[in-house]
Design a protein around this ligand. Structure first.
Ligand SMILES: Cc1cc2nc3c(=O)[nH]c(=O)nc-3n(C[C@H](O)[C@H](O)[C@H](O)COP(=O)(O)OP(=O)(O)OC[C@H]3O[C@@H](n4cnc5c(N)ncnc54)[C@H](O)[C@@H]3O)c2cc1C
Length: 289
């Protein structure tokens, strides 16, 4: 598997990146860690004439807490930095744990948050937990910046709302009223496997009742999808095993999985039922947003 010829740019600013993407239009492809782009090029699924790498832009590689805004994760942050971030261990262990379940060490040392979102693969592991925590993204293009809820970024498999000259620059997790969150994934191998089903849950628990809940299902619809009926069902109810089991049943009716080599649609629906119950229970018991 050889790479086709291409011209390579490695700008050191966001502005220059957007200008290059605008100037070369559809001939150019944005690349971060390259764990998706390079593999597609080798498989001849992608043949950009120009690769624009954002690997050298240090501004995109920070994880920091900004008072009044929340935890800001640069789009160039690699998965292993999520796994080992002390700030995330303190504030959102569930994000570190989601990253820990991804790929293998080699890919986690290259793959980035922006690439995981930008590839818009339905089985991607980070979007469900980030959406469950109410994340927004900052998108920058030649016309300037815009901010939107992460859950509105995805249009379908491999498709986002970003225009040719735009890149995601940061993901922001706002300060939470949620008291706990969790992401669980089922893959066909213990490590290095894409999700057959991934479920993220975030809950606000008060006095043994659920005040609010967000449930996000991955790998079972063309985009990550909120299980809004299950969320509504849980609101202001006392916590019990029966309640969580019923929420799982409702959530399994809210996805539209496909049958593929990794699992049938029926199997995936049933896994959503089980994993929603488990993700909720962990988010409630571990009480660590
Ligand atoms: C062996 C292997 C195992 C894997 N396992 C998993 C897994 O378990 N879970 C999982 O979720 N993924 C997995 N992946 C997929 C992939 O590694 C991840 O999705 C990774 O996060 C992609 O990041 P990247 O920086 O390498 O993206 P790239 O390959 O650089 O880019 C991917 C796409 O995102 C776009 N992009 C990159 N950065 C940005 C940005 N800042 N703004 C907008 N668009 C951007 C690119 O244009 C491209 O379309 C695996 C891949 C491999 C090769």
């Amino acid at each position: 598997m050889y790479l086709p010829n291409f011209e390579y740019f490695q700008p050191d600013s966001i502005e220059e990146t957007c200008q290059l993407l605008s100037q070369f239009g559809s001939k150019a492809k944005l690349m971060a860690g390259g764990t998706d782009v390079i593999i597609k090029m080798k498989k001849e699924l992608l043949a950009p004439e120009i690769l624009v790498s954002i690997e050298k832009i240090d501004q995109l590689k920070k994880i920091e807490y900004v008072p009044g805004k929340g935890v800001v994760i640069g789009s160039g942050v690699i998965h292993n930095d999520l796994v080992y971030s002390e700030l995330l261990h303190e504030k959102y262990l569930s994000i570190s744990e989601a990253a820990r379940q991804m790929a293998n060490n080699q890919v986690r040392n290259l793959g980035t948050v922006g690439g995981n979102i930008g590839s818009a693969v339905p089985s991607a592991d980070l979007p469900p937990i980030l959406i469950a925590l109410g994340a927004t993204v900052k998108i920058t293009g030649v016309q300037g910046d815009r901010t939107m809820d992460l859950e509105n970024v995805f249009i379908g498999p491999g498709k986002t709302v970003l225009t040719q000259d735009e890149i995601i620059t940061e993901v922001v997790i706002p300060d939470q009223k949620m008291t706990g969150s969790n992401y669980i994934k089922f893959g066909l191998r213990a490590s290095g496997a894409l999700a057959v089903v991934g479920v993220a849950a975030a809950v606000q628990v008060d006095n043994n009742a659920i005040k609010d809940a967000r449930i996000v299902l991955g790998a079972v619809s063309p985009t990550p999808v909120r299980a809004k009926k299950a969320e509504e069902f849980l609101r202001d109810k006392k916590i019990s095993d029966e309640l969580l089991a019923e929420a799982g049943v409702i959530a399994s009716g809210e996805c539209k999985p496909i049958t593929d080599v990794r699992g049938s649609a029926e199997y995936r629906k049933d896994m959503v039922r089980v994993f929603t119950r488990r993700a909720l229970r962990k988010a409630i018991d571990e009480g660590h947003a």
